[in-house]
Design a protein around this ligand. Sequence first.
Ligand code: ATP
Ligand code: MG
Length: 364
Amino acid sequence: MVVESRMEKRTEPALSPLLLAMRGIVKTFGRSRAVDGIDLDVPERAFLTLLGPSGCGKTTVLRMIAGFERPDAGEIRLDNTPLADVPPERRPVNTVFQSYALFPHLTVHDNVAFSLKLRGGVSDIGVRVRRALDAVHMADFGDRYPHQLSGGQQQRVAVARSIIAEPRLLLLDEPLSALDRKMRGHLQIELKALQRRLGIAFVYVTHDQEEAFALSDIVVVMNKGRIAQKADPETIYSRPADSFVADFIGNSTLVEGRIQARHGDRATIETALGTITAPAAEGLAVGDAAMLVIRPELLSMRGEGSATFTGSVGHSVFQGERSMVGAEVGGLALRFPAEAPLSVGTSVALWLDADRSFITRIAA
Ligand SMILES: Nc1ncnc2c1ncn2[C@@H]1O[C@H](COP(=O)(O)OP(=O)(O)OP(=O)(O)O)[C@@H](O)[C@H]1O
Ligand SMILES: [Mg+2]
């Protein structure tokens, strides 16, 4: 049996970097489709983030990978082996949840050791617990109880507990969302460093775009149980696949229009702001309705850019380093950063760096 499976492996194409493959995954609860036909590949050592609004199916995807939920259709393979008949405790996968769920009556050390003790037959538990606590900078806290720790420290222990069994894949479901902004920032940096050091793949769930961008090699934007876009953060930001992604990411203004001309990877779109030529999504053709995506930083009052508009300031919000201003232009509200607050009603001339904006398709 062992020999057979080894031989099977040899016939595989050499060293596929793919760890997890999901194909045609559907999950329905009652009459609602939580996950509606997803294909997803997680390469070895990748930091992949599922990003999307509440209810789009992120947790359900994780629970199916972990084995807590069974897909209605489709297949999940890990190392090219179907997982359907592998129970959760036998999958080389571990999960960190939003609520730390540490055992309150056990010390940090015993919380981390728990799964190894349960499994039995592990001789070097002490060494491994120390190594796991070291990895999350909690080596000095082994004797404490959970209630003697801050939220961030508790979440570090939860991470130590999840890596002690050396999983191939770590699933993290909004692990930092209960923490304050500063602690979240610290732990983001630590988690990313830990992932690199351990060399295992992370599938991370968040609805925080900045967090997704800071951490991920691959961002998967989900919308109503489907994948809207899967790409590196830079591509998601500058080339959103459709108006849903463009709207969800950042503070862009979306301006509807119709494609007038197509020139290679650029197109000319007719909008309420005028006729603008910009890079455009593949497949958009003359006559199609489309969306021009204007990110705030592409607008300036400094006379840099290709398209110009005039408008009047509707609001101006002081944000410290700069102010975020909303101006009305041709019946549209454009947001742009200004060095100082502007008073309402001021008339402004704005330049758009159209070469860095993007024309995308309208989401279904
Ligand atoms: N056990 C369940 N029974 C019924 N409906 C469920 C169940 N679990 C999830 N759902 C529904 O499936 C959809 C997806 O839920 P899921 O928890 O995967 O979303 P999510 O993207 O993780 O959202 P959030 O960001 O709020 O955590 C939601 O509409 C939810 O109400
Ligand atoms: Mg969730």
